[in-house]
Every structure is written in structure tokens, then in C-alpha cells.
Design a protein around this ligand. Structure first.
Ligand code: 16G
Length: 243
């Protein structure tokens, strides 16, 4: 219950109440929060006060809005470790989450200067371009654009559907690609107008942009990936050892 005499504003107390319920699991991820009207009635406050509390929790990524449906509890942000070379599918399956993909583009294109540079190929050589929205429990988490050296995986696009299959599993199991290490760079920035709708966030919301070049065991780059992760759903974790 809220305390009128507390030095804490009422909306802060409502925030704490909701966060407490999330912590105890009473408000479970992806379930709908009681309506503003209900909270207002329950606490004997104005809807405006409730609305201020909800707005701040939405901004902090703890709640999200489904237009026309209501306000929902967000999932905990997903910790990704940086020590081993894993695929999106492996990372999510390990966490008992359900990964899916929506393919936006899957075709053979000619490498432009940037892609050719990263893949150490001559310009205009064929590469497989795969653009996907990566989802966890049906909610978008990242937008990924992979360019893969086409000569290492002939007919990959005619034989495989990457809305259902894992790219790394196919490369490993069908094309014997032995991926061994990757170089990644990270940059925090604002979501562009083009990216935001795919990630179901507003233009300007924080995203983590990651570029990655992945190498085979003979030190040859085979994929160049530009990905954009929702800033509120991802945490990267690295263990650093002193040598
Ligand atoms: C990860 C990799 C990406 C790779 C993808 C394969 C990062 C930043 N990116 O998302 O490079 O192409 O996994 O995923 O880690 P899949 O095997 O599930 O299709």
C-alpha cells in the first residue's frame, strides 16, 4: 500500500510496487499488467500518477506496450557471453528461450567495396546476403545482415530456409565450414527510422550496433555481419583475465 506521508512521491512507490511484483514472479514476463484504471482504484490515486509510473518503467525497458492491447511485463534482459563463438540459435536455446527468425532478404548479390574489404574478396564477387529479424519468444531482439562468401556454400539459398534453420548449423553440417574465431566491434547509437519498426521500438531508442567478421580455421573470413540489437533486451558479458 502507498504511504501518503512518505517522502517518496506516490508514482515512485507505484514503480517500486510493480518492480517488487516482477521480482517475486507474481507479474510474469509477457503477461499483461492490470490497467491504469485498476491501479488508480487499488491505490486511491489519479490515473495520471499511475501513468507517470508506467511511463518511467516503459522507458527503463521493464514494461512494454502492445498497441490496442495494454501494457506488458518485459522479459529480463538476456546476458550474452563473449568468450565463445556461438550462434544466435545456440545462445538462445542454451537459455531455454525460443529463437525464431523472419527472413527479410535472402539472395546472391555482388560484394560492394565494404563487404569485399571485410571478406578479403575482390569487388563484385558473389556473396550470399541474408537479412533477418531475430526474435526471442516471438519478440524482435535484433536485426542482422550477414554477407557470406558464396563460393564456400553453393546453392545454400535454394536448399535451406533460414526462417527455420540456423545458418551456423547449416554451414557446419552441410558445408563443413569450421568456424574458429570472430572479430567484433560494438557501438551504442540511436535506432534509425528504417531499423526501428523491425525491432518494434521508436526511432531514436538506444540500440547496440555490432559488426562481426568470422573466420574459418585457416584464417579466412567467411561472414561479415552487421547487426543491431535492441538496447533494452541485451547485455553482453565478458570475462577478462590478466595474463
Ligand atoms: C549470431 C552472430 C552472427 C551469426 C548468427 C548465426 C553475433 C553478434 N552474431 O547472431 O554472426 O551469423 O549468430 O545465427 O554474435 P544462426 O546460426 O542462429 O542462424
Amino acid at each position: 500500500m502507498l504511504r501518503e506521508d512518505s517522502s517518496k512521491p506516490l508514482y515512485e512507490q507505484i514503480k517500486e510496487y510493480i518492480l517488487y511484483k516482477i521480482q517475486t514472479g507474481e507479474f510474469a514476463p509477457n503477461t499483461r499488467l492490470p490497467s491504469e484504471r485498476n491501479f488508480a482504484k487499488q491505490f486511491g490515486v489519479s490515473r495520471l500518477t499511475v501513468s507517470k509510473a508506467l511511463k518511467e518503467l516503459i522507458q527503463a525497458g521493464r514494461l512494454y506496450v502492445q498497441i490496442g492491447k495494454g501494457t506488458y511485463i518485459s522479459e529480463d534482459s538476456i546476458d550474452l557471453q563473449l568468450e565463445t563463438l556461438t550462434s544466435f540459435t545456440e545462445e538462445m536455446t542454451d537459455r531455454q528461450q525460443n529463437p525464431t527468425s523472419r527472413v527479410l532478404q535472402a539472395e546472391l548479390v555482388l560484394a560492394d567495396e565494404n563487404i569485399a574489404h571485410h571478406l578479403k574478396l575482390p569487388i563484385a564477387v558473389s556473396v550470399v546476403l541474408l537479412r533477418r529479424v531475430r526474435l526471442v519468444n516471438k519478440r524482435p531482439i535484433a536485426l542482422e545482415e550477414s554477407s557470406i562468401v558464396a563460393s564456400i556454400c553453393p546453392n545454400i539459398l535454394t536448399n535451406h530456409d533460414f526462417s527455420q534453420e540456423s545458418l551456423y548449423a547449416v554451414l557446419r553440417e552441410k558445408y563443413n565450414v569450421m568456424m574458429t574465431y570472430a572479430e567484433q566491434s560494438f557501438e551504442a547509437r540511436a535506432a534509425t527510422e528504417k531499423e526501428a519498426p523491425y525491432l518494434e521500438i521508436a526511432t531514436g531508442n538506444p540500440v547496440l550496433s555490432i559488426n562481426r567478421v568470422t573466420y574459418t580455421q585457416d584464417n579466412k573470413p567467411f561472414e561479415y555481419v552487421k547487426s543491431v540489437y535492441r538496447g533494452d533486451r541485451y547485455k553482453f558479458r565478458a570475462i577478462l583475465r590478466r595474463i
